[in-house]
Design a protein around this ligand. Structure first.
Ligand SMILES: [Zn+2]
Length: 509
């Protein structure tokens, strides 16, 4: 018999404090992951000596299934991570301070390829002094990065502030560019980013390791690309830190079908690391643009939002998906969109999920459960939009982000970040779902909070750590049921394991 890949000794298998502990699960336990990457045995610590392979002493740390981010746009996230956040800066000088820190943290990697430093998110309308090229030139020289291009994109993307080196690189005047000149700068920057695919792949590989460092073992990628193909090449190219469910968009469906793909099928050559995901379809728009499709009009208007499909088309698209073996991940944010989505699921017999489900009528909560349609939930969006919802969905917020109602009705919840909309870090979503606040402000609509066990389950790669499940596991330095909102967001992750192989290790013992 082949030796196991890994034995974790001294593990405490996390169990929900709301339920009596399963007396058959040893505590502490030694957990062995066999040669084929699955949990092979769980025995009381010290009773069975490790039989080869790697052995790690967890010293009583918490062990649970690895975490899955069920909704990401991974390439966008990988690119976004490298950008410096400038939101909230009250002056050009404050931006320069942030840029100074970022230049130090992200030095030029090699002389052959001087990377521009890119920042975004500032709003300069009320700044006391106008931003100048000289301010950025000076800070680059100051940290020894003379000649480093700096490109800072405003929150609304209608202005771009660049230094002299960036002006020379892109053939634009240095300083603050507005409107067409600003768009030109962004087009040139994007073209440069895309010109070297290796650069993107380096960012992707770094983002995969960063996800593993937060306990992530799997993602569902809904990047607008031919994801099964993209990820097959990434995995053969050496990216081993994540299991990927690769979503497919309607405009790539023909190619996907030509490859013989359908939802749940393993992508050849990836050793089970990549499987084909659902077809991604839109039913409406988004709340902030007032295009989420609702039963009630937006305040002071007769506008109910936007239906992304012509009437009747949704059902046909879902029926076609079902016929070719695809589940559907159906983007629906407003309560009308969710209701129409469920009509289409019911009429077509397709399976899958409603993604976002930010506003749901009571009857539709029950219907979603009865149809066996999962809800893709993104709790961080709730904390980003709570003030907006208090205005736009005034009087109905008890039905917004109704995670408690969905869970009580028996709807399967799948936690996601929708990165880059919020960071790819499940602990942010878990904390938001449980506490419905991220700081000192009171919980928003606390009646729909999830208990910690339900929140964790919505992200787990398997229902429990038990013999036979994939060896996709995470080890924590703290018990998540004992942390407040802020501490849960910062959950210290000691170890992440994918199929019995360590993808992240940070013991602070
Ligand atoms: Zn998305």
């Amino acid at each position: 018999m082949k030796p196991p890949l890994l034995t974790l000794i001294g593990a405490r298998l996390w169990s929900d404090p709301a339920f009596p502990r399963d007396a058959t699960v040893p505590d502490p336990a030694d957990v062995t992951i066999g040669a084929e990457g699955r949990v092979a045995s769980i025995t009381p610590t010290g009773t069975v000596p490790p039989s080869g392979g790697r052995v790690i002493d967890l010293e009583g740390r918490w062990l649970m299934p690895g975490l899955v981010d069920h909704h990401v746009h991974f390439t966008m996230w990988a690119k976004h991570r490298g950008r410096v956040g400038l939101a909230g800066a009250r002056s050009a000088d404050e931006v320069v301070d942030v840029v100074r820190g970022a230049l130090v943290d992200h030095p030029v990697l090699s002389l052959a390829d001087v990377e521009p430093l890119v920042g975004s998110g500032y709003q300069d309308a009320l700044w006391p002094e106008p931003p100048t090229a000289a301010m950025l030139d000076e800070v680059a020289v100051h940290v020894g990065q003379y000649g480093r291009p700096i490109v800072l994109i405003s929150h609304d993307m209608h202005s771009v502030w660049i230094n002299t080196a960036a002006g020379e690189r892109y053939g634009l005047p240095a300083g603050l560019l507005r409107e067409n000149a600003a768009f030109e700068a962004q087009i040139l920057l994007e073209a440069e980013e895309m010109a070297d695919p290796r650069r993107i792949e380096v960012l992707v590989s770094d983002a995969a390791l960063a996800a593993a460092a937060r306990g992530v073992t799997g993602i569902m990628d809904l990047e607008m690309a031919d994801n099964p193909l993209v990820w097959a090449s990434r995995v053969t190219g050496g990216i081993k830190a994540l299991r990927v469910v690769a979503g497919v968009y309607p405009h790539h469906l023909a190619e996907s079908l030509a490859r013989g793909e359908r939802t749940g099928k393993r992508v050849p050559g990836t050793k089970g690391q990549v499987t084909v995901g659902p077809l991604k379809v839109f039913a409406d728009g988004a709340l902030n643009t007032r295009t989420a499709w609702c039963f009630d009009s937006y305040p002071g208007t007769s506008d109910f939002g936007h239906a992304a499909q012509a009437r009747g088309d949704l059902e046909r698209i879902l029926a076609d998906a079902r016929d070719v073996g695809f589940d559907v991940a159906l983007h629906a944010i407003g309560d009308r969109a969710v209701s129409e989505a469920l009509d289409a699921f019911a009429a077509s017999g397709a399976g899958g999920s409603v993604e976002h489900a930010q506003m749901v009528r009571e009857a539709d909560v029950a219907r979603m459960a009865a149809l066996g349609i999962a809800a893709g939930i993104h709790p961080e969006h709730m904390l980003d939009d709570r003030e907006v919802m208090d205005v736009l969905w005034h009087g109905r917020t008890q039905r917004a982000f109704p995670y408690g109602d969905l869970a009580r009705a028996g709807v399967q919840l799948r936690l996601g970040s929708d990165a880059p909309v919020s960071p790819l870090d499940p602990w942010l979503g878990i904390s938001a779902a449980v506490h419905r606040t991220r700081d000192e402000s009171p919980a928003w609509e606390p009646g729909n909070a999830l208990d910690i066990g339900t929140a964790l389950t919505s992200a787990w790669a398997s229902p429990a750590v038990r013999p036979g499940v994939q060896g996709d596991l995470v080890v924590l330095d703290a018990d998540p049921s004992e942390l407040d909102a802020a501490a849960l967001r910062e959950m210290p992750v000691a170890l992440t394991v994918l199929g019995g192989r360590v993808t992240h290790e940070a013991f602070d013992s």
